[in-house]
Design a protein around this ligand. Structure first.
Ligand code: OAD
Length: 253
């Protein structure tokens, strides 16, 4: 007897047939690697820390040492973390099917890259990178690698301070990354939205954009998100469970 096709089987079939797939990831993607999310009750960073103090230029200018130290601790956490089965499932698929999958990440860690998706589009920057707080006025620009030790390190020539290379509240996303993400979303056949609350724009708008452009949109998240309505199908589960189930089946998508 055949009944309705379970959503995960339908999604697996759609992935198999899709010439191009986008995966929009959020902090939940790296949760099972031991990196805290932002908005989960109790464990989320923003339930314990004040984003205005720690994730804004104003906050950094008000207390650079506090902010620098907080990022130093998070950087150490990222360096110590390993890609989980979800990252590896995406990396494995990308390796088997070059050019078919685009990961668009809101995460500032490098776990997708380490799992094989070197071309991951990073909407919110890179926590392991430094950049100057003020635009460097020199030509050629001062090398951030040569800043002298300190919290934060400073340029020996002009005193400019280093800051982490992440996008803070009130700042624009890197234009090239956003353009690349929108182009990929515009022409994908399937979009997976994994481990994001959908609370932060413009990243959250990519799911609706994909749907309007004709993609089949699936949300993978153990809890409700703010963009569940944009999805054709919502799978309740974690990234490290669902992504291998979708991509690493016995017939290896
Ligand atoms: P949030 O912390 O807002 O949301 C994390 C989501 O992951 C929630 O919807 C959880 O239900 C889900 N989740 C938790 N564990 C999971 C798991 N194991 N597998 C799958 N999903 C899981 O994080 P983001 O949506 O990424 O900005 O937040 C967006 C942006 O807000 C971040 O990029 C960050 C933050 O301020 C910057 O760093 C610029």
């Amino acid at each position: 007897m055949s009944g309705p096709v379970p959503p995960i089987d339908e999604l697996r079939e759609r992935l198999r047939a899709a010439p191009s797939i986008c995966v929009l990831t959020g902090a939940g993607m790296s949760a099972e690697s031991g990196i805290a999310t932002f908005r989960d009750a109790l464990t989320g960073l923003w339930s314990r820390f004040d984003p205005a103090q720690l994730a804004s230029e104003q906050g950094f200018r008000a207390n650079p040492k506090l902010v620098w130290d907080w990022y130093a601790e998070r950087r150490a956490g990222v360096r110590a973390a390993e890609p989980n089965a979800g990252h590896r499932a995406l990396g494995g698929f990308a390796g088997r099917h070059p050019g078919r999958l685009t990961v668009i990440s809101q995460n500032v860690d490098d776990l997708d890259q380490r799992a094989g998706n070197a071309d991951t589009i990073r909407l919110h920057g890179d926590i392991l990178e430094d950049r100057w707080l003020e635009p460097c006025a020199r030509s050629p620009g001062c090398d951030t690698a040569r800043a002298s030790a300190g919290t934060p390190p400073r340029c020996a020539e002009c005193g400019n301070a280093l800051r982490p290379g992440v996008v803070w509240f009130g700042e624009a996303l890197p234009l090239a990354a956003l353009d690349a993400a929108e182009s990929a979303v515009n022409c994908c056949a399937v979009m997976l939205v994994v481990g994001t609350s959908g609370a932060v724009w413009p990243a959250a708008g990519l799911a609706g954009r994909a749907r309007r452009r004709g993609a089949f949109v699936a949300i993978l998240n153990p809890h409700e998100s703010e963009i569940d309505d944009e999805a054709h199908v919502v799978l309740r589960g974690t990234a490290a469970t669902l992504l291998p189930a979708l991509f690493d089946g016995s017939d290896r998508l």
